[in-house]
Ligand binder design. Structure first.
Ligand code: ZN
Length: 159
């Protein structure tokens, strides 16, 4: 079933729900990255989400691989899984662009538009925008990504 064939918003919501469930049950790139050059922990005490993000950047500052491990709710795990899929193969700068666009999009009152970032990739997470507490779950992996790239010391927390 393609996106184009979907008529109603209910069907679209169901598709997104399935995508989130699929990523939370079978997270992509789950586990420690042996050759990680950058890593950071993200903690969301409100929900109990705790994720460690690993990145391997090459000499040209391109993210060769990314992974995560830890535990959390379905939203936080699915978001981390989607995050790894999005950032692998991207430059450091491009990944930071995604971090800025996605966190702004999920926390803003109105959906954002970004010239350089394709927000379609995280459309499945749009449902959390109505629930501020869940926004922290959805953005946790992205904050950890940001922290890892910037090589900030200590865990990043949503509180
Ligand atoms: Zn959560």
């Amino acid at each position: 079933m393609s996106i184009a064939s979907i008529q109603s918003s209910d069907e679209l919501r169901d598709l997104y729900r399935e995508l989130i469930l699929d990523h939370s049950r079978k997270p992509r790139h789950f586990g420690k990255l042996a050759n990680a050059t950058h890593t950071a922990e993200g903690i969301n005490p409100l929900c109990g989400d705790k994720l460690q993000v690993y990145l391997q950047l090459d000499t040209a500052d391109v993210i060769e691989s990314a992974s995560f491990e830890g535990s959390g709710c379905a939203i936080s795990v699915a978001s981390a899984s989607l995050m790894t899929e999005i950032v692998i193969g991207r430059s450091r700068e491009s990944a930071l662009d995604y971090f800025a666009a996605i966190t702004a999009h999920l926390t803003a009152v109105k959906p954002g538009k970004s010239a350089s970032v394709d927000l379609e990739k995280i459309r499945a997470l749009d449902g959390v925008r109505e629930f501020p507490a869940r926004v922290k779950c959805a953005t946790l992996a992205w904050h950890a990504l940001h922290s890892a790239i910037k090589q900030q010391a200590g865990p990043v927390t949503t509180e």
